[in-house]
Design a protein around this ligand. Sequence first.
Ligand code: SAH
Ligand code: SF4
Length: 339
Amino acid sequence: MIIDRREIERMLAAEGEAMQELFARAAAVRDETVGPVLYLRGLIEYSNICRKNCLYCGIRRENRSVARYRLTPDEVIAAARYAGERRFGSVVLQGGEITTEDHIACIESLVVRIKSLFPASPLGVTLSFGEQTEATYRRWFRAGAHRYLLRIESSSERLYRSIHPDDGLHRYEERLRALRALRRVGYQVGTGVMIGLPGQTLADLADDIVFMRDMDIDMCGMGPYVEAEGTPLVERCGPPPERDYRLAMALKMIAVLRLAMPDINIAAATALSSLSPDGRLDAVRCGANVVMPNLTPRRGKEAYRLYDDKSSAIDSRLLCERIGWGEWGDSLRFGKKNK
Ligand code: SAH
Ligand code: SF4
């Protein structure tokens, strides 16, 4: 069943009982399609050094109050070993966008080392290091990474421009190019958007859902926009909607995406927890099937502040869900496409 755009917009406007029904339907579709299983990805925040200057992001290049760090290879490997020993099945390596040969080679060798840690059942490896050349994506893929996260942030070119500097380094076209390159190389491709940006309309959000369906993505990570100290977004674009609105809208987006694309992986984004202690649990209850417990060593975790009060501790109630221990939990949709 294809849900048309008007129907998407109507669902996103749901409130009260209609919203609760939407959530319940999405959870049921998740259970019937990808199964009632929650997959864990140990999140390793490799470095907050970034060449970009996204207006919303706490670790943007021009935020001088941030102490910059990069984990050592041994710190990364220790975190990955922990993920394997705890039978998480997969890790996500994420960090600022750097395009130097040194950085590319470091990530490449880290992926090789992580893949060889548990030869009998190697960890799944997802990367998230922004826009890179197709050749770089290919090197990392050959090293053993098989999933990549790169959010479109907003599928509206107008909104994308409004939340990024106009300096030639933050181009919407370039972001699309990178997403297509990832697909060609053979990754399971994940994208997503921020919800509750200043100037974002219900129609924009409906377009985001249509965009993800048209792009035929395999995975999605999306969450609310959260204010970040030392960033100019609010000053430049105006205040975002109320926190409760952002939270409810983020959950509705997850639910509607689950109905629109039943067989993809959808993550319960960490940003949800910054707006509500129950944020990620609620996301799982309305269609998400992936969570990312943070395994970054403390010295990094404190400096990797994409937004304010990022609480990364996993709610123990999440672990009452049925967990896919030791499994990669690949995107079902990707599997079907590549049969
Ligand atoms: N540099 C990489 C990965 C790290 S940023 C990249 O940009 O892809 C990962 C995600 O954090 C971004 O895609 C963005 O959607 C999210 N993010 C950054 N600042 C945020 C904020 N203030 N509120 C909510 N999400 C934010
Ligand atoms: Fe860098 Fe990613 Fe933050 Fe943009 S969102 S400033 S690319 S870390």
